[in-house]
Each structure stands twice: as structure tokens, then as C-alpha cells.
Write a protein that binds this ligand. Sequence first.
Ligand code: CAA
Length: 261
Amino acid sequence: GSRYEYIQVSEPRPGVGQVTLHRPKALNALCTPLITELNAALSELNASPTIGAIVLTGSERAFAAGADIKEMAPLTFSAAYTGAFIESWSALTTAVKKPLIAAVSGHALGGGCELALMSDIIYCTSSANFGQPEIKLGTIPGAGGSQRLTRAIGKSKAMELILTGRSFTGDEAERWGVAARAFPTYEALMEGALKTAETIAAHSKVAVQAAKEVVNKSQDLPLRDGVEYERRVFHSLFGSRDQKIGMQAFAEKKKAEWSHE
Ligand code: CAA
């Protein structure tokens, strides 16, 4: 049997790891043990030499309906503060160096929306139901939503969504640039996510990791520093074997056979 209670881990395509949130009775509400399992599985896939990209998904009905409200209801300030409640959720943003694609169908609310926003690429169904409804529970987003959603769609739209708690659709997410693509059906979504993951996994792992690293830096650094950071990493890739392999293969009109070094 699986080592995990709340998630499933598979390798559906060569080089592609998939983590499926699987707590169907609670619409994949993100209880602490689920997050612990998710972090363990993602770290393991990140360390696996054969994996080049990871797809994170839920079910057709729910990517994740948020943090577990039943777990949070009795929490006190001091317990949340001293226990660093929710802090471990963002572990994946530093621990996972390989591209992470969130494939979102159904509800992606509160912490579910925030988990998608922590991923590198969001794909969704047209009818996906994104939102930060925390305000309706008398609280606010606690896993980065106020920061990442605002960077993604701008202050006015983020304010409107976070202050009203209203949801937005997968089509809106695509139009606003939150999602890279919206697909008409769940099947098309999963096929699209796995195909993109396979494409990424077929590239040089060194170059892919560097590309993810520099794009992520754009979220933290001022432009001038970001451009300089990019150039430093670009220069460093002339020290990789794969840069030589890739450019030589181009000159010889051959397919590159990556060394991943
Ligand atoms: N936590 C705990 N349990 C949840 C849950 C959550 N976030 N979301 C759904 N569930 C449970 C329901 O309690 C229900 O369990 P029971 O059968 O035992 O009653 C089961 O999942 C199915 O849910 P519904 O019957 O409500 O299903 P529905 O189709 O009628 O509605 C829904 C779906 C609109 C997503 C509704 O479940 C809902 O509004 N969920 C809460 C969404 C939410 O507010 N999320 C934000 C949480 S706060 C947060 O995430 C903080 C943060 O920033 C980290």
C-alpha cells in the first residue's frame, strides 16, 4: 500500500512525477498531516534523478477547498504563533527546484488557491472555482494569497477579490494571467499538464532549474538586480556540459542528448 494517507504519488509519463491530493470526503481540505505528506513527496520527487517536472493536482471536483476549517476553528493566537501555523506550507517554494505545474479543476479556495499560486505554472479548467473566501470566515488569507495574487493580477483586482471573498473562474484566471491556460474539460486539463511536464522534463535539467530560479527571482528583486542576477546565472551556464551539447547539436542539426551536467 501507499505510505501516504492523504495524497497519491505516481510517475504517469517518463520523467514526470505527479502528486494527487486525495482527501475526497473533505474536498482535499489541507489539514496539517496532508501538508506534511505533500512536502515529503515533493522533496522526494525533487531529489529523484529521473524526475524532470512535477504535476500537482486534486480531483475533478476539487483541487483543494482550503485550509481545514475544522482544524483551525479552535486555534488560539498563541498556539498559531508559537506553532508557526501554516509556515510549513511555503516549504515547497524553496525546497522544490524542479518545475511544479498545478492542474486545477473544481474548487481552489483559500489555501487551495494559495497552493496553486505557489506553483510555477497554473493550468485549470474553464469552470475551475478560484477564490480567497477567508473574509467570509472572519479571517484573511494566511498562505501568501494577499501577496502572490496581488503580484499576479494587480492591487485593485486583488483587493476586490480578497475583501468581498467572491470567486473567479478558470477562464477569468487565464484572462488575468493567473493561469497559463484554461482547458474545456478535466481530461484535456490533465493531458495538457502532463504533456507540458513531459516537454519540460525532456530538456536539460541544469538549464531548467536555472530558468525556474531566475524567473522566480523576478518576484523578489527590483528590475536592475533581477536582470543582473539573470546575466550571472546565464554566464554560469557556460560552465555546464549541456550548453556545449545543446549548441553543438544545433550546429550539427541533431537532437541534443543531454548529460544533465
Ligand atoms: N475545511 C474542512 N472541511 C471542508 C472544507 C474546508 N476548507 N471545505 C469543504 N469541507 C468539507 C465539508 O465540511 C463537507 O464535509 P461533511 O460532509 O463532513 O459536512 C465536505 O467537505 C463536502 O463539502 P460541502 O458539503 O460543503 O460541499 P459543497 O459542494 O456543498 O460545497 C464548497 C463546496 C463551496 C467548496 C464548500 O465546501 C466550502 O465553502 N468550503 C470552504 C471553502 C473555504 O472557505 N476555504 C477557505 C478556508 S480558510 C483558508 O484556507 C485559510 C488560509 O488562507 C490558509
